[in-house]
Design a protein around this ligand. Structure first.
Ligand SMILES: Cc1cc2nc3c(=O)[nH]c(=O)nc-3n(C[C@H](O)[C@H](O)[C@H](O)COP(=O)(O)OP(=O)(O)OC[C@H]3O[C@@H](n4cnc5c(N)ncnc54)[C@H](O)[C@@H]3O)c2cc1C
Length: 531
């Protein structure tokens, strides 16, 4: 069976939902949005704290795992990625952060013209519906709801004051003129409900007659005619189908799947493709290279008093009360995002702009998504904002259902190792401040016996985890090896763009959902202006 549309978008994630909305808005073109996962019917998707139920759950998560990583003493990590309408924005931590102006100015300085901060700010604003109102940096007319969190606790205030004691300024907006500062995160949420990209951009337009949304539609390969992308081979509910694209195929599968699908379709490093018996359409050596991620060091401190969520939710009755509170007022622990307090700080390694970010939580668990500890404890997760380590994603099989090999190559440069050491030292200093030291009973992670730089680095390798921000595998640029050009068109072929987090040439200094939505907003203008 074959059907045709003007635009065929692969992947209904953070980026894909934006494109489906913008490209179908004026009603003059037909658009198909293909999503491998299901609709976002699962109620836990819409409850902020529900990511504890949706990550590592094959009904909503691709459940990737990295190869054993030498930088993590041979450990593999679970890499959740949303497999549902809304993609990773349906299972993420809801934190709304854009990065630093310099990130985008550097993209532009390195050849990606049209991507400086001044170029992208209007698209951040266009996407946004900021509950605080409009300002120079914020918009109120967009579909993406951004609001303040209602969940606050005294120990969060103390952490904020502790970081401030060390010289980082207090801030009530990490997305304003200057990112440096410490304060409460804003969330992609409205009235205590998650605002995924699907909730923001798809929910109200599903009935547009020129838009077809296919769930359980797994794209297996893009087909070319004279190097023009013209068809997508899919399995829809396990039945093979061909979807024709009259104008463009737009790949928005995310950092793992977009690189994998390009390779499966014959665009990638020639040798990798040939090893799997795939005909090479374009030998594009950097497809799957330049993989970057933020690596979080989750430092955990036991507290003297029962002032943490571990205590508030330690028995079934308390959990029931939290459930009731959410049902009646959409507030309380269930309205909580993945983290409460941000801090963007400078270590001694970066004088000009913040090089580390905190995600502070008044709770602790062995790993995100697992049960809370039975003792009172807090977590100060800290990550390097601009890691230099680069990894790769390569197919291991021509079978599209086989997950590719993911090699993040964490902590593989001197700067990254030094920043990890400084991060742990910084967290220890925060816990010794006037505001925090009364709370702290003992350090739980890392091992308090680790004091030398060598021991601290080894601890970092032992405790580090992804903070779920892989980007960069379909890098935008103007050099020969760049995968897409600054209009996000795949180089060497026609009628094919990549629009998602994979196009970032360098990771932004912060969480990646809002930047990905901005990228899709920007791309929709490129596409519409080219008609
Ligand atoms: C657990 C977790 C927590 C996070 N927390 C935050 C946070 O708090 N704040 C923040 O800013 N960022 C956060 N992120 C990161 C952020 O959500 C992602 O960077 C962003 O969603 C990436 O968007 P994307 O469009 O590139 O990919 P995705 O949103 O992952 O979308 C890709 C879509 O394509 C679909 N797809 C893939 N392959 C195929 C195929 N072959 N055929 C059909 N469909 C396909 C997928 O199912 C998915 O729906 C988090 C991510 C995770 C996983």
């Amino acid at each position: 069976m074959s059907v045709s549309f003007d635009y065929v978008i692969i992947g209904a994630g953070s980026a894909g939902c934006v494109l489906a909305n913008r490209l179908s808005a004026d009603g003059t073109t037909t658009v198909a949005l293909l999503e491998a996962g299901s609709t976002d019917w699962n109620p836990w998707i819409h409850v902020p704290v529900g990511y504890f139920k949706t990550i590592h759950n094959p009904a909503t998560d691709w459940c990737y795992e990295t190869e054993p990583d030498p930088g993590l003493n041979g450990r593999s990590l679970k890499w959740p990625r949303g497999k549902v309408l809304g993609g990773s924005s349906s299972i993420n931590g809801l934190l709304y952060i854009r990065g630093q102006a310099e990130d985008y100015d550097n993209w532009a300085a390195n050849g990606c013209s049209g991507w400086s901060f001044n170029d992208v700010l209007p698209y951040f604003k266009r996407s946004q519906n900021q509950a605080r109102g409009a300002s120079e940096y914020h918009g109120t007319d967009g579909p993406l709801r951004v609001s303040d969190m209602s969940f606050k606790r005294p120990i969060c205030d103390d952490f904020i004051n502790g970081v401030a004691e060390l010289g980082t300024p207090l801030s009530n907006d990490a997305n304003g003129e200057n990112q440096e500062g410490v304060g409460y995160y804003q969330l992609t949420a409205h009235n205590g409900r998650r605002c995924s990209s699907a909730a923001a951009y798809l929910k109200d337009i599903k009935k547009r007659p020129n838009l077809t949304i296919l769930t359980h539609a797994f794209a297996e390969r893009i087909g070319f005619e004279n190097r023009r992308a013209h068809i997508v081979h899919i399995k829809h509910k396990n039945e093979p189908r061909i979807i024709k694209a009259n104008r463009e195929v737009i790949l928005s599968g995310g950092t793992i799947n977009s690189a994998q699908l390009l390779q499966l379709s014959g665009i990638g490093p020639g040798q990798v493709l040939q090893d799997q018996g795939i005909d090479v359409v374009i030998d594009s050596p950097d497809v799957g290279e330049n993989l970057q991620d933020h690596l979080q060091l989750r430092t955990v401190y036991k507290t003297r008093k029962p002032v943490t969520l571990n205590d508030e939710l330690s028995n079934p009755l308390q959990k029931m009360r939290a459930g009731l509170q959410y049902m009646t007022t959409r507030s309380g622990p269930l309205s909580m995002a993945a983290s409460q307090v941000f801090a963007f700080c400078k270590t001694r390694l970066s004088n000009d702009r913040p090089d580390i970010q905190y995600h502070f939580q008044p709770l602790s668990a062995d790993s995100p998504g697992e049960g809370l500890h039975s003792f009172s404890a807090i977590t100060a997760s800290v990550c390097q904002l601009r890691p230099e380590s680069r990894g790769s994603i390569h197919i291991k099989s021509a079978d599209p259902t086989v997950h590719p090999s993911i090699k993040p190559n964490y902590l593989s440069t001197e700067l990254d190792c030094q920043t990890a050491i400084e991060s742990i030292k910084h967290a220890r200093k925060v816990m010794q401040t006037k505001a925090m030291k009364e709370h702290i009973q003992e350090e739980y992670l890392p091992d308090p016996a680790a004091t030398s730089d060598e021991q601290l680095l080894n601890q970092a390798r032992e405790i580090a985890n992804t903070i779920y921000h892989p980007v960069g595998t379909c890098r935008m640029g103007t050099d020969d090896n760049a995968v897409v050009d600054p209009q996000l068109q795949v180089k060497g072929v026609q009628g094919l763009r990549v629009v998602d987090a994979s196009i970032m040439p360098e990771i932004v200094s912060g969480n990646t959902n809002a930047p990905t939505i901005m990228i899709a907003e920007r791309a929709s203008d490129f596409i519409l202006n080219q008609r």
